[in-house]
Design a protein around this ligand. Sequence first.
Ligand code: SF4
Ligand code: SF4
Length: 524
Amino acid sequence: MVTACNYPATNGIEVLTNSDRVRRDRKLIIEWLMSRCGHVPVLEQLAKDYGIVEPRFGRGDDDCILCGLCVRVCSDVVGANVLGFFGRGTTREVSTAYGETSPQCIACGACAYVCPTGAIRIENDSELVRQALPLGPLTPVAIPFMQAVPHKPVIDHDSCIHFKTGECKVCEKVCEVKAIDHQQTDQVEEIDVGAVILATGFKPSDPKSIPEYGYGRFKDVLTGLEFERMNSASGPTGGKILLANTKEPKQVGIIHCVGSRDERHNKYCSRVCCMYALKFAHLIKEKTGAEVYNFYIDMRCFGKGYEEFYHRLLEEGVRFIRGRAASVTDFPLNEKEVGKLVIRVEDTLVGQVRRIPVDMVVLATGLSPADDAAQLARTFHISCGNGFFMERHPKLAPVSTATDGIFIAGACQGPKDIPDTVAQASAAASLVQSLMAKGEIEVESATSVVDAEKCAGCRICNTLCSLSAISFDEEKKISVINDVLCKGCGTCAAACPSAAITARHFTDEQLFAEIEGVLYDVRA
Ligand code: SF4
Ligand code: SF4
């Protein structure tokens, strides 16, 4: 009798794997294993399969059969070398060095995955759950989100074992078409285009700038985005709404207008928070049955079916308290508040300051302009207002900009919800299509021109042109105007100290002739 892993297979040998003798020896091994791990389901099942009613050598209470799979996967595949065998004889065990938590462990879960007896469990560590809350793929190789274009998986450097330990590369081995290359890096590509649609989105408002709500101080104060992540079926809690201590909340407070309609932050309404806050309230009620309080300044449910949804929530028993929440504290004033987060608010409908104890607080954070919006606006020669890109005309040209060929869509133009964003994106795409369909574009004929003889090369005009239509010819030491970019506003012509710039069709002679024409009848 030999073990298969120790005996090289060669041509001509006969291998018996189910003979009486093999089955008898297997039964013995199962009984030995059960004398150490008497209650492990996989061994119980094997015992049943082999007709063992009660193992002869008794049942032990351990879970680990010392197979060593976890040790091997941790060293050979993951490369973390956290686990090893310690002790001798009956005291032999798999453990970390000195039985302590190892800083080398990257919590990849590979050991728990390969363990046949379930002896290793990745605890539902509330700290880990909280760390996973920020947006990002849950697994190292994932399609970032359902609507991603292209709809292809990418590797997340932060959670990929290879980028932590230099080992693993399991995905590379199993990918049949050899599509995985861990050496790939980001590349900058230059592409010639005739039109650009800017859809650079927004930045969620940072609730840390409102310290009175305790975000970052209390583990159960979450942003809307974090809550959305937790609520997602593919999120860290599998869609369960849990507190940091992994229990279900019994009371949840949702604070509206966090960072919006606030003199200290964004004065504007972020337009989406009321409705997503209502959606959260509905989901919390549905999933946990918790008492839900909404703290609002006024409800802005202006979309199709939105007002009806608000009334549905009223019928579902969601509570609405009209007043901007003043603060969130964990300092109890009575027994009911012990161990709770307390939301202080002036209830303006009853004219009272109230303290509402809750287990979880969700902050309906608003939409702020992206950090690089101003820089991007400069790059594309468009303007910004309130940090968002400016449209050419708010009513008549809402997706065009002052620069021909540059269009805007979505929250980069201002806070808006998904239907409005899709409508804008469709409009911008149609405008681009119409340009392409024509095949040629008309440019402004009334542009400005620099007289090379007169230009002193002072460059004053260079900085004045809001469309960056003027460049400086270093060789000739004169300014040159790009006819395609110039819109003929005349700013440069008015500012040129050498009177070197002429606005075509608006020369002094032409203007005087026009005035004379208008006054002809008066003179006669
Ligand atoms: S190397 Fe591949 S399999 Fe290993 S962790 Fe990274 S993505 Fe996953
Ligand atoms: S006329 Fe206006 S748009 Fe044209 S180059 Fe001068 S400043 Fe720029």
